[in-house]
Design a protein around this ligand. Structure first.
Ligand code: SF4
Ligand code: SF4
Ligand code: FES
Length: 249
């Protein structure tokens, strides 16, 4: 997160629960200032416990949005560590500071014009050829994704494998913050999955049928009703919705 700071306020909003005055504390440093925080807090909650209000670098708080990517050091340890602040517990002697965002240079492309005649990924992201196989990207990934392997698969033009390997990417950018070849892995992975879904993966008959229904206006009346419903009506409908049973197939 790079702690995108945040003014210090005196009404801490702590999302994590389950601690009281007897909970052991650990020492962490925020921009060089020492704080004692309960050892059961995530980095994100500990920053709030210390009295900061997060105004950037904070989204879903559940490990899905990738907004809280964080780099830190530990006492007497030369390594740089990376993590999602909402998913990682504080540790004794953690040093957290504000760092600039990772510039996400994204190539522009028109999916309608993309063909599979040559290595399309290499065409839009030629820097993947500079990969030196250091594996730093894989070691940085909080999702446990084999990032180097999907970059290498992209380089070889194996789009299906690259799409499969990168499927759980949440676009946090931690891999790109450490890459010596300046590769923007998550943009590569996004293009790979777009190409795979639109050009290679078998078409879903269910999806085609649903699109036909949408085009023919089957849902127009229901959609209009939703658009003109009050908030309380929408909440009531949400509470009483029928949830489809999980398929056994
Ligand atoms: S960090 Fe960059 S150079 Fe190193 S393995 Fe990953 S993609 Fe290759
Ligand atoms: S592949 Fe990179 S951007 Fe995606 S989740 Fe892993 S570290 Fe984050
Ligand atoms: S806040 Fe969304 S992944 Fe941490």
């Amino acid at each position: 997160m790079t702690i995108h700071v945040h003014e210090q306020v005196h009404r801490p909003r702590v999302s994590d629960q389950g601690f009281d005055a007897r909970t052991p504390k650990v020492r962490i440093y925020l921009m060089g200032k020492e704080y004692q925080v309960p050892n059961v807090l995530t980095i994100m909650a500990a920053i709030e416990y210390a009295g900061y209000r997060l105004v950037r670098g904070c989204g879903c708080r559940a490990g899905f949005c990738g907004a809280c990517s964080t780099i830190y050091r530990k006492t007497d340890d030369y390594k740089l560590y990376s993590a999602l602040a909402c998913q990682t517990l504080v540790e004794e002697g953690m040093y957290l500071v504000q760092i600039p965002f990772v510039p996400a240079v994204k190539s522009l492309y028109d999916m309608e014009e993309i063909t599979l005649t040559d290595n399309v990924i290499l065409r839009y992201y030629p820097e993947i050829a500079r990969c030196v196989s250091c594996n730093t990207c894989t070691r940085s990934c909080p999702q446990g994704i084999r990032v180097m392997d999907y970059i290498q698969a992209s380089l070889r033009g194996n789009i299906a494998r690259a799409a499969h390997l990168s499927f759980d990417c949440i676009q946090c950018g931690l891999c790109s913050s450490r890459c010596p070849a300046d590769i923007k892995h998550y943009h590569v992975g996004q293009l790979v999955r777009r190409v795979y879904e639109t050009r290679i993966a078998p078409k879903s008959p269910h999806l085609a049928r649903r699109i036909e229904e949408l085009d023919s206006g089957v849902y127009d009346e229901e959609m209009n009703r939703l658009m003109t419903s009050s908030l309380s009506e929408l909440k009531q409908r949400y509470e009483s919705r029928k949830i489809e049973p999980v398929s056994e197939d």
